[in-house]
Design a protein around this ligand. Structure first.
Ligand SMILES: [Zn+2]
Length: 469
């Protein structure tokens, strides 16, 4: 029997704003670096009667920027209330979470509708296995992005989150990697039967979201196939087992008994305010990719790789500017940044920003190759060393320390060539009988003997002279 299966997925994504102080008090937000329950005050641990301060300005600015970057319409000249969202959990001492009504609405990102963007406070951290709660995180500003249920496969949701995290890095001031959490909503239709929506709470990685969707797709399909019913419910993600488990039947908005927080003035955004934030907005990755192709005439694939990492893209532009913004300069920059540097980064599983390499380092290296101080092969070794030394040594220092400058002394080169010829009887024979390519292995030997410090062109010249006589 043929199967007709489709799914719809929507996400509620939470990301922390990198502010110094919390959303409604002046406690610091570096909760990961300090002893439990030290960054706390009556406001952020919800003492009755503790009066919150007006919301952190930077947090609001960042929420505006995220909403704008996601193409939202901003809520202008209207009261944006903070509401009390009531629920009972050990990480929430006041019994309610302060969460704003939308700051921006009706956006779109990668073809997925953005329902709304709003601001809220992070709760504390409850550790059920220890029975302890750490309130250091409580009150840290969070931006929540709610999408429409537009994603149709686990792969699409995964790509959406990857691109969103990349956007967070572009925007800056957000703690994307490491703090991103997503509530994942999924419903499926199987052979004409529509299941109810299931929510899986607090999935804290892209891989987790992907696994949840894969798992739920199969679980829900199996329930419907057996003639069962998909309940409207909230499930938990058991990360160690990569499965989901029923938690409770889904709350409706009524269960949270939302009321505007009487202790907090609503935010009112003006066009002026939004324009000021917009003036500081960075170029989006998509626009940068397009601009790279148009401005530098590089391949779309190369642009994609460079733009996937904001720092790498910046270095590329700075290096091109230094080398001369022409065909040669651009092609050198593509070779040594997009190909070679990227290869070393991927091999070491690190991002460019973790290497402490500076654009000047790349310019110095490329110039050394251009003026033939070092061979291309040595260039590759130096790049590996630059990454390994985390930018502490300049290419010039590494080249001289390792004694890797190109051999200028012809007698030294001739000696290496003679030795290589001596060791390559078969190849020389082949070459003499007309196989030009046989010479490559002899050149390779010379490179080995000189530890790559020979210029291949010069080597071929000397070899030919010696063999052809
Ligand atoms: Zn506090």
């Amino acid at each position: 029997m043929s199967e007709d299966l489709s799914m719809k997925c929507g996400l509620e994504i939470h990301v922390q704003v990198d502010t110094n102080s919390k959303l409604f008090c002046q406690c610091p937000t570096n909760y990961k670096d300090v002893e439990p329950n030290t960054n706390i005050c009556p406001v952020c641990i919800g003492h009755p009667g503790a009066k919150p301060m007006p919301p952190n300005k930077k947090a609001i600015d960042m929420a505006i920027m995220v909403a704008k970057m996601l193409g939202c319409e901003m809520v202008i000249d209207k009261d944006i209330y903070f509401q009390r969202k009531h629920y009972n959990y050990p990480d929430l001492p006041s019994g309610y979470q302060k969460t704003s009504v939308p700051i921006g609405e009706h956006g779109t990102f990668l073809g997925v509708g953005i329902t709304e963007v709003h601001l809220e406070e992070d709760p504390g951290q409850y550790k059920p296995d220890l029975g302890t709660v750490d309130y250091n995180r409580s009150g840290t500003p969070l931006i929540e992005i709610v999408t429409d249920p537009d994603m149709k496969s686990p792969e699409e949701a995964r790509e959406f989150l990857r691109q969103l995290l990349r956007l967070f890095r572009y925007i800056g001031n957000l703690r994307g990697e490491g703090t991103m959490r997503a509530d994942t909503n999924i419903s499926i239709k199987y052979n004409g039967i529509q299941g109810n929506r299931v929510e899986v709470k607090n999935v804290n990685s892209i891989r987790g979201v992907y696994k949840v969707l894969k798992y739920e797709l199969i679980r829900q399909k199996n329930v419907l196939r057996r003639g069962g019913e998909i309940k409207l419910e909230t499930r938990a993600f058991m990360e160690s087992q990569m499965i989901t488990k029923g938690m409770r039947s889904k709350e409706t908005a009524d269960d949270y008994r939302y009321i505007p927080d009487p202790d907090l003035q609503p935010i009112v955004l003006s066009n002026d305010w939004v324009e000021k934030v917009e003036a500081q907005m960075p170029e989006t990755p998509m626009n940068k990719e397009k601009r790279f192709v148009e401005q530098y005439g590089i391949k779309e694939d190369d642009a994609k790789v460079l733009v996937s990492d904001l720092e790498l893209a910046d270095v590329f532009e700075k290096v091109v500017a230094e080398l001369g913004n022409d065909k040669d300069g651009i092609s050198l920059a593509v070779t040594w940044i997009r190909n070679e540097l990227k290869r070393v980064l991927v091999y070491n599983k690190i991002e460019f920003f973790e290497t402490n390499l500076k654009p000047e380092h790349m310019v110095e290296l490329i110039n050394s190759i251009k003026d033939k101080t070092i061979s291309q092969k040595i260039g590759k070794t130096i790049i590996e060393q630059m990454v390994e030394h985390k930018g502490e040594k300049t290419p010039k220092e590494l080249i001289s320390e390792m004694g890797l400058t190109v051999i200028e002394d012809t007698s030294e080169l001739e000696k290496a060539c003679e030795e290589a010829i001596k060791n390559s009887e078969k190849a020389i024979e082949d070459y003499k009988s007309g196989n030009q390519r046989a010479l490559n292995s002899v050149v390779g030997q010379v490179m080995k003997l000189t530890r790559g410090r020979a210029e291949p062109g010069t080597v071929v010249e000397i070899l030919k002279k010696k063999i052809d006589g």
